[in-house]
Ligand binder design. Structure first.
Ligand SMILES: Cc1ncc(COP(=O)(O)O)c(C=O)c1O
Length: 292
């Protein structure tokens, strides 16, 4: 797969792609981003990602670099140039390059960067059988986690702590409540089968996959409650799982080394996983060889 990036109007080899060292994305993390997956060459839940990007930009008063249909065109052209079938599309918009000064620069033009890298989604389908381990970390992020900014240092530290503990994800705990993972949303399944996930307020990022799963689960007859849950409730839950664009539905088998439920991926999580893979196939035609 060739590696071509899009930077401010030009399609360039990844190794030559560059932005100014005075870009506010670099200087202040004054920027927002999106991550979408292309499967079978088609973007999954793309409209949801474009809508969230527009919202993030508006919340921070960063100008849209171009309208949604032009953005869509660039993304598709970039996927085609990279001959990408199964890939992650990364998109970042910064407030632009300007002399370093905290306040908004008067005439900055937003910088738009897009990259594509190969991604084998079938790994996630296989991971569904074994599940993942989670550790908890103190919530250290700012008060507007609903905006998808590149200001991710607390997420980076939490993920690294998880890796060092041999876990896949870190769940952030604030006042005894689990907000979300470092790069995923957190869910539990109660003993009566109710699905619980944190409300989409300022304390978490409203994951696109989270929204898709709520829609599919409700249509399938599940009761879904958007409310905060504690670490104790998670430990006592029948099942727990995470969702994200690149990890559609992975069962959590332990939190801080203590088993959740029976310590294996539960039947509800597996059913929800099948619902999501069905939706992925419906939108993109992609179906992994094995679904755990
Ligand atoms: C903090 C955080 N929460 C949740 C998610 C899941 O969002 P999505 O389902 O849109 O990938 C992400 C994804 O990057 C994230 O960074």
């Amino acid at each position: 797969m060739p590696r071509i990036a899009y930077v401010d109007g030009a399609y360039v080899p990844l190794r030559e792609a560059a932005v100014s060292i005075e870009d506010r994305g670099l200087q202040f993390a004054d920027s927002v981003y999106e991550v979408a997956v292309a499967l079978n060459g088609r973007l999954f839940d793309w409209a949801g990602h474009l809508a969230r990007l527009r919202r993030s930009l508006a919340e921070l008063s960063i100008a849209e670099p171009m309208g949604p249909s032009a953005l869509d065109l660039v993304a598709r052209k970039l996927l085609a140039k990279n001959r990408a079938r199964e890939a992650i599309l990364y998109l970042q918009v910064t407030r632009g390059a300007a002399r370093r000064d905290h306040g908004f620069p008067p005439n900055a033009r937003p910088t738009l960067v897009m990259t594509v890298r190969p991604f084998d989604m079938s790994i996630r389908a296989r991971q569904q059988a074994t599940g993942i381990k989670v550790v908890t970390q103190p919530e250290q992020r700012w008060a507007r986690r609903d905006i998808k900014t590149t200001s991710l240092l607390p997420n980076v530290l939490a993920k690294q702590a998880a890796r060092q503990a041999g876990a896949f994800e870190a769940w952030m705990v604030e006042d005894g409540t689990i907000t979300e993972g470092a790069s995923t949303n957190a869910w539990i399944v109660e003993s009566d089968g109710t699905l619980v996930t944190h409300p989409a307020d300022h304390n978490i990022l409203a994951g696109v996959m989270r929204g898709t799963l709520i829609r599919l689960a409700c249509a399938d007859g599940f009761k879904v409650e958007e409310r905060a849950f504690s670490l104790q409730q998670a430990s006592a839950a029948a099942e727990a799982f995470i969702t994200s664009t690149t990890a559609p539905c992975l069962g959590v088998v332990s939190v801080n080394g203590r088993p959740v439920g029976k310590g294996a991926v539960g039947p509800v999580t597996l059913r929800l996983g099948r619902l999501l893979w069905g939706e992925i196939e419906r939108q993109t035609g992609y179906r992994p060889a094995t679904i755990g």
